[in-house]
Design a binder for this molecule. Structure first.
Ligand code: COA
Length: 165
């Protein structure tokens, strides 16, 4: 990420100007993400160009949060997992600015998210990273990076901790 910086979302960033083509993801960044970060609900990080002037344009962002779920039958999960809900990290949202789409930014964001999630789970417990893709096209996107559907009833996908990084 030599020409980019990954930063915690703050007032340094141009949240209003972010356009990715999905209004719900634009609105979340503009209106909700900072409040969630301050309240400890979830953590949003943004990718910016190094040396960008404030308010720094957001090239892309992702949001991580902790979840518990019953995952005993999920792909890649150890067979001896207890039946009770266990901790994991949820990649709640990820989006790339329209101008930057198709230039490898999501690949960078996902690699950073995986590394951060793995570090947090190796320190505090957790079995892997889950994601809820919005549609089948995005299922194909996450499958490219090793995520697998957890069942046929939802689009939820999962990557076990050992495969994160
Ligand atoms: C989906 C999205 C995050 C991809 O970001 P991007 O920066 O354009 O993706 P990249 O350039 O890093 O592409 C990485 C790889 O994923 C593939 N890819 C990109 N978008 C894809 C899509 N919608 N479906 C399937 N594969 C996709 C690319 O072809 C590339 O494959 P390659 O490594 O084999 O060349 C971006 O288009 C976006 O923000 N869309 C709107 C918001 C959204 O849908 N977010 C997802 C929330 S779950």
């Amino acid at each position: 990420m030599s020409e980019f910086d990954l930063e915690l979302l703050s007032d340094d960033h141009d949240r209003k100007g972010f356009r990715c083509g999905k209004v719900c993801l634009e609105r979340y960044l503009c209106e909700t993400a900072k409040g969630h970060l301050h309240k400890g609900v979830s953590i949003t990080r943004v990718l910016v160009e190094r040396n960008a002037r404030k308010p720094k344009p957001v090239l892309g962002y992702f949001t991580l949060t902790s979840r518990v779920a019953s995952a005993a039958n999920w792909p890649g999960v150890t067979k001896s997992l207890p039946a009770m809900p266990v901790s994991m990290v949820l990649l709640g949202r990820m989006a790339v600015a329209e101008y930057w789409q198709g230039r490898g930014i999501a690949r960078l964001l996902l690699a950073a998210a995986r590394q951060i999630a793995a570090g947090s789970m190796r320190g505090a417990g957790g079995i892997g990273m889950a994601v809820d893709p919005a549609d089948e096209e995005l299922v194909a996107f996450y499958a490219k990076y090793g995520f697998r559907r957890v069942d046929n009833e939802s689009l939820r996908m999962f990557l076990p901790l050992d495969s994160l990084c």
